[in-house]
Design a protein around this ligand. Sequence first.
Ligand SMILES: *Cc1c(COP(=O)(O)O)cnc(C)c1O
Length: 234
Amino acid sequence: MIAANLARVHAQIAEAALRAERRPESVTLVAVSKTKPLEAIKVAYNLGIRDFGENRVQEVLEKQATFSPPDLRWHMIGHVQTNKANKVCGSFAYIHSVDSLHLALSLQRAAEKKSHAEETAVVQPVLLQVNISGEARKEGMTPEETPAIARQLRSLSHLKVQGLMTVAPLVDDQEQVRPVFQALRQLRDKLRQEVPEYSWDQLSMGMTDDYPIAIEEGATIVRVGRAIFGERVK
Ligand SMILES: *Cc1c(COP(=O)(O)O)cnc(C)c1O
């Protein structure tokens, strides 16, 4: 099942990229394996997937302890509590979910400590999570406050800000999320002007229900779970 699903997702990524006159290789597929057993991760890995997304610190640390081939890249896509900063810093290709200055400062301190302990500079790549749709219960900084926060992050030598992430709202008609993705891209363009110290290369947007639209609007990373691994049973 995973093999057929992956083939379908790869095909959809390629089609969406071509519609937008982009190269399919410009889109990184992160397979979101949260709640799924290690066996499913291994199957996807053996089919060529190298990027895996998880949203719970405890769960991903357990998975990492058991299965971590050197070329596997883990992505933290869920909310990180500041008291868990020590546990996540340095263990992920990207932390997609930096949603406050407070968390960024905790990650900086954690990376600093780790750098001393390991006598090597730990620099954690991160994305800033933005709540574009403004839903009250959703994590993320507001688009308005993002430039000011980004400016404050420039002094944090152990964090490398590489772009933005958003989670689109649940809608009946997928076309309704397109403006959300467009707004994230426009915010990225603005940040390139206003905070040029960072490249702002990565746009992490698009999930099972909307990743083709996200790619049409410029996503460089899509986070796809159910379309690869099937529905999650909670
Ligand atoms: C669960 C999750 C995904 C994947 O969702 P699917 O609908 O299964 O593709 C992507 N991003 C975040 C932040 C998630 O929590």
